[in-house]
Design a protein around this ligand. Sequence first.
Ligand code: FE2
Length: 262
Amino acid sequence: MEETVYRISNKKKMKIALVADLHNVSGRSALRSMEKNNPDLIAVAGDLIAGHTPKEAGHKVESQQFVLPFLRGCAAIAPTYVSIGNHEWMLTDDELGLFASAGAAVLDNTWTEREGVVIGGLSSALRNICSFERDGSGVLYPKLSDLRNHDKIMTSSEWLSEFEQQQGYKILLCHHPEYWCLRDPFLISRRIDLVLSGHAHGGQFRFLGQGAYAPGQGWFPQFTSGVHNGPNGKLIISRGLSNPARPIPRIFNRTEVVYIIV
Ligand SMILES: [Fe+2]
């Protein structure tokens, strides 16, 4: 696992740790890194969960052995904020309550404020899936057509206009980097200082600094890693903490914790 540091201001006021895509791996090395680096704030930009469907209906979070211990570990280090990735579309309020009782603030299309910093969480559009099918045991699954076409589902982004108008440094956790400028809600044009993403897993294979494939962006994706500048702020993408595409290996693409000095 790599520790990547981006210094985007010379006057250090805050060190942010960005982690994403745990996908229910242990995250022990990420926790060790954050203990050592002592961030002021931890941003968990979605996809703590592995799997897409609530196989143990109603107990999805509890059945994932590493998710809550990881969040408890984060919360013991610094104030921790979680946004909703595409693998969390099915979580109930009770399950999100488990994240909260592990010590993390859950930002499901909402924001909060801490010491002059405004921190929001834009949930994956998959959260808005509205059609389901039941399997033989009565467990709900999203319709396959919805999962395949989820790039056509709208995000719940109405609240961003009010978020943008808040005073203070504005950070938005948004699992999907493609929401920056490739599709709704086009975050690049909004007055947000920092958008923090994951999801692309570094593009799975990396050659000459370019990822090969990312969900939601296809082959040779534009947004898989690093810092991307917009007119009003920056997008920073974590390559993630796991390899959800197993058995396909990550090549020249180490997992990472990103530290941002603001
Ligand atoms: Fe994802």
